[in-house]
Design a protein around this ligand. Structure first.
Ligand code: GLN
Length: 240
C-alpha cells in the first residue's frame, strides 16, 4: 500500500512547525510498512489531485494568505471535485480559514476555496492560547496551540471538537474546527499530529479506504510518548 501526501504551498503556508505534520504522517505510515511519499507544490505548479491521497494546507499570516488566494481560485474546481469524491484534507489555521468562502480582514477580503460552507472575519484582538478539545471522533483529547485573528463561523457543519480549554473557532461558540466528509479543518498548531496520533491515523485510514476501497484496520503503534505528551497538556489545562 502507498500514500501520496500533497503539501500545498509550504513556502508560504508554514507557521508553527506545520511541516511536522507531514513528518508525522510519513513516519506513521512507514512504521507500518505503508509506503509514503510527499509532493510539495509551489504556487506556479499545476496539481493533479487524482494522484493525491492526503492534502495538507498549513497556517499562514494574513499577508501570505492574500498571496495564495488568487491561485486558489484557479485550482478551486479540481480541489472541490477531490473533496466531494471523499479526498482527505487536513487544513491548519490559515489553511483552515481558506477552506471557507472568505476571510474578511481589515486589510481586505481574502477569497477562500469554498470547499466547506463556512466563513471567517477578523475580530478584535487575537485568540492566542493553548487549547484542548474533546472530539467524538477520538477517545483521546486533542491538544494544541492557537493563534488567530480570524473568527470562523462553520454554520450547520460539524465541529471537530468541543473546547475544554482555550478559545476555538470564534471564542464564544465553545467549538473548534470543522469536519466535512474526509476534510478536517482546525486552528490547532503545535504541530497538530505528533501529539494527536489518533487524528493522524484517522487521516491515514480514510486515505487508504478511499484509495483501496475497503475498511482499513491500522496496525497499532507504540504511542507511549505521544500519549504522555497529550496527557501532559491535557492535565496542565483541564482540571477534572
Ligand atoms: N492569518 C490568520 C489569522 O491571523 C491565520 C493565522 C495562522 O495561521 N496562525 O487569523
Amino acid at each position: 500500500m502507498k500514500i501520496t501526501i500533497g503539501h500545498l504551498y509550504p513556502d508560504l503556508l508554514n507557521l508553527y512547525g506545520d511541516r511536522g505534520n507531514i513528518q508525522c504522517l510519513m513516519k506513521r505510515c512507514q512504521w507500518r510498512g505503508i509506503e509514503a511519499e510527499t509532493v510539495a507544490f509551489e504556487l506556479d505548479d499545476s496539481i493533479d489531485f487524482s494522484g493525491l491521497d492526503i492534502v495538507l494546507l498549513g497556517g499562514g499570516s494574513d499577508r501570505e494568505q492574500m498571496l495564495v488566494c488568487e491561485r486558489l481560485r484557479e485550482i478551486q474546481s479540481d480541489f472541490k471535485t477531490y473533496v466531494e469524491n471523499d479526498g482527505v484534507v487536513i487544513a491548519i489555521c490559515g489553511g483552515y480559514q481558506l477552506l471557507g468562502k472568505y476571510y474578511k480582514t481589515d486589510q481586505g477580503m481574502i477569497h477562500g476555496l469554498d470547499l466547506v460552507d463556512m466563513y471567517t472575519e477578523q475580530g478584535e484582538g487575537r485568540l492566542i492560547n493553548n487549547i484542548v478539545l474533546k472530539s467524538d471522533l477520538f477517545d483521546m483529547p486533542i491538544v494544541g496551540f492557537e493563534n488567530h485573528g480570524g473568527r470562523t463561523c462553520i454554520g450547520g457543519n460539524k465541529p471537530l471538537g468541543k473546547v475544554l480549554y482555550g478559545k476555538g473557532n470564534d471564542g464564544v461558540s465553545g467549538y473548534e474546527g470543522v469536519v466535512y466528509k474526509n476534510v478536517i479543518g482546525t486552528y490547532l498548531h503545535g504541530p497538530l499530529l505528533p501529539k494527536n496520533p489518533q487524528l493522524a491515523d484517522w487521516l491515514i485510514a480514510r486515505a487508504l479506504e478511499k484509495k483501496y476501497g475497503k475498511t482499513v484496520e491500522l496496525a497499532p503503534l507504540d504511542d507511549t510518548q505521544e500519549r504522555e505528551a497529550n496527557a501532559y497538556v491535557y492535565h496542565r489545562f483541564v482540571s477534572e
